[in-house]
Design a protein around this ligand. Structure first.
Ligand SMILES: C[S@@+](CC[C@H](N)C(=O)[O-])C[C@H]1O[C@@H](n2cnc3c(N)ncnc32)[C@H](O)[C@@H]1O
Length: 279
């Protein structure tokens, strides 16, 4: 039996009301990873203000007539200033629009959602935060890597490899990061990967520590390469791995051989996902 089953009515979903902003996460790519609440917001919004990381298939779920406003950096277009984005959200809300501010992953994980929420609060604009699946959780799962595994790591450290200055974050204690949790997951680290790998090795991480780089995770373009801390910076260049990408460092990477489920499951009709490997 494979009769189409209508989606259930979820009780007590709040409404996206005129004059409100919902600050929502879209997950890492696959529209199936949207939360019910984010999808509800997408279907109710008058205006969706979105980042470059939000998958086109997610944006395709809006009602006809919904205005899509791009606020981000893509294809050489200049990046909208954070202050301008917050100002625009306030302006739309004050004009009585139902506003969905949609960000890749989770809005509060390396996504400047906190800054936008603060601006809305200060302006007296009503808002709700709709969490999303952050890339480290969803992206690693789609690459066959559990973020934690009882036999591998009881802790994980999430780090951004890119400060607002554009440089490697210098306020971080890299020695503590190297020696704190067995697993470190880097966001936004492709540009500075050679420097970060050196910082971790100088702080005591072994050269042969396993590393995985996953680009465009949970999209049809997902690619992964495996290397070591000593070889990963060169491998990323050789294999032309480009952002958005995650870098997972530590023993969980060894589990991918057993748990890389994406390429081996029977493909669901039309999902188009294919675990392509680089290298
Ligand atoms: C500005 S941060 C936004 C993070 C987002 N708020 C989240 O919770 O995932 C952008 C970085 O997230 C990571 N990222 C987001 N989506 C990704 C994806 N589908 N595949 C790989 N990395 C991704 C990359 O490291 C990218 O450079």
């Amino acid at each position: 039996m494979n009769d189409a089953i209508p989606p259930p009515d979820i009780p007590d979903l709040p409404d996206l009301e005129p004059g409100w902003v919902w600050l929502a996460g879209a997950g890492p790519g696959d529209p199936g990873l949207l939360t019910v609440l984010a999808l509800h917001g997408l279907r109710r919004a008058d205006v969706v203000v979105h980042d470059a990381l939000v998958d086109e298939r997610v944006l395709g779920l809006v009602r006809p007539g919904t205005v899509l406003e791009f606020a981000g950096k893509r294809g050489g277009r200049p990046s909208a200033k954070q202050r301008d984005i917050s100002r625009r959200l306030i302006e739309l809300a004050r004009a009585g629009r139902r506003v969905l501010r949609l960000k890749g992953g989770d809005p509060f994980v390396f996504g400047r959602g906190g800054e936008e929420a603060l601006a809305l609060a200060r302006a007296g604009v009503s808002f709700r935060v709709v969490p999303g699946i952050t890339a480290a959780v969803g992206g690693l799962a789609y690459a066959g890597l559990p973020l934690t595994h009882r036999d591998a790591n009881s802790a994980v450290t999430l780090v951004t490899g890119h400060a607002s200055s554009g440089e490697v974050p210098d306020g971080l204690d890299w020695r503590a990061i190297a020696n704190g949790a067995p697993v470190v997951v880097l966001y936004m680290a492709i540009k500075h990967l050679a420097r970060i790998a050196d910082l971790l090795r100088d702080a005591g991480r072994a050269d042969d520590t396993p590393v995985a780089v996953i680009s465009e995770a949970a999209t049809p373009r997902q690619r992964m390469l495996r290397a070591t801390l000593a070889t990963v910076a060169d491998a990323v260049v050789t294999e032309a791995m480009t952002p958005p990408a995650l870098v997972a460092i530590g023993p969980i990477v060894e589990l991918e051989g057993a748990l890389g489920w994406l390429g081996v499951r029977p493909a669901a009709a039309g999902d188009g996902l294919d675990q392509r490997r680089a290298g």
